[in-house]
Design a protein around this ligand. Structure first.
Ligand SMILES: *[C@@H]1O[C@H](CO)[C@@H](O)[C@H](O)[C@H]1NC(C)=O
Ligand SMILES: *[C@@H]1O[C@H](CO)[C@@H](O)[C@H](O)[C@H]1NC(C)=O
Length: 279
């Protein structure tokens, strides 16, 4: 095994690694079992993350890795995201998350290969609550990638498990995490298809709209702008519901400008004040 790791290390720089994927995969699967040495796992994940970001010129240079990527996700990455106590374990999870993000970004995994592993376990959603800011950030980014890849093919039940976890990240201590979580919520709204009936799922939409509207009054104006944009786009899902929710809190906001802009977007004419319409 240690010879294999050395070999992996030596081959990191070239496309040659793509030629021995079939021998590499069992090796990785073995070395990266969650009961194996954490230092070793961490350094392999860090190495793999670099390779996966440029998969077409490294691991997947021969088109062989893409055939293994679902297995890699299921059998190697996700088990390493399961929470365990301790700093070292947390550092390994962060390294595994960087690898997950690289896999999703690097183009060597297809939507079909992401679908089943994502639905099988709660690991990606749980990672949103990592103690480390870097971990939460990479989990949010990974979830964004996943929504981009398979959002519209997720059923309403799966979708409804996702947005509450993202909403919790809007109060994150990191502005960057908040911003990426907002982006992911925008992608979540874009993932809704006609399967997601606004009548059937009205309580979910109401909760989501209510929570998002709070951040129209955020102290950070770039958060306000981002939320306004998301709600503008999302308004088409149920304009009447969103309008009711905005009107209910408009007067309680420090500044009603953003509420007014949103109301104006939802119904351009009825949002006019009587003074305006008399002109
Ligand atoms: C893809 O992987 C499967 C096993 O997972 C194997 O049977 C098949 O030969 C592989 N195909 C290619 C093109 O490597
Ligand atoms: C506001 O949020 C953005 C990201 O949305 C962040 O880059 C910026 O630092 C934040 N500003 C303050 C003052 O926290």
């Amino acid at each position: 095994v240690s010879g294999g790791v050395k070999c992996l290390r030596m081959c990191v720089k070239g496309p040659v690694i793509g030629e021995f994927v079939s021998r590499l995969m069992p090796l990785l699967q073995n070395c990266l079992q969650p009961d194996k040495d954490p230092e070793m796992r961490m350094s392999i994940f860090t190495m793999l993350a670099k390779l996966l970001l440029d998969a077409a010129n490294t691991l997947d240079s021969q088109g062989l890795f893409r055939n293994e990527s679902e297995k890699f996700l299921c059998d190697v990455l996700l088990p390493n995201l399961v929470w365990q106590a301790g700093r070292t374990a947390a550092a390994v999870r962060t390294a595994a998350l960087s690898c997950l993000l690289a896999l999703l970004h690097g183009g060597s995994i297809t939507p079909g290969q992401v679908h089943t592993p994502f639905l099988r376990g709660p690991q990606v959603l749980s990672a949103l609550t990592e103690d480390s800011q870097m971990g939460r950030l990479m989990a949010c980014r990974s979830l964004s990638c996943i929504l981009r890849l398979i959002g519209t093919s997720l059923d309403p039940e799966a979708l409804n498990k996702i947005y509450p976890e993202l909403l919790k990240r809007l109060d994150d201590s990191s502005e960057e995490v908040r911003s990426v979580a907002l982006q992911a919520l925008g992608l979540w709204l874009s993932s809704l298809t006609e399967d997601y009936s606004p009548q059937v799922y009205a309580p979910h939409l109401q909760f989501l709209f209510r929570e998002l509207i709070v951040y129209l009054d955020d102290p950070n104006s770039s958060v306000q702008d981002q939320v306004l944009e998301i709600l503008r786009k999302g308004s088409s899902i149920d304009p009447a519901l969103l309008k009711t929710e905005v009107e209910a809190v408009r007067d309680r906001h420090r500044c009603s400008l953003y509420c007014d802009q949103l109301l104006q977007h939802i119904s351009p004419t009825s949002a006019e004040t009587p003074a305006d319409s008399s002109k």
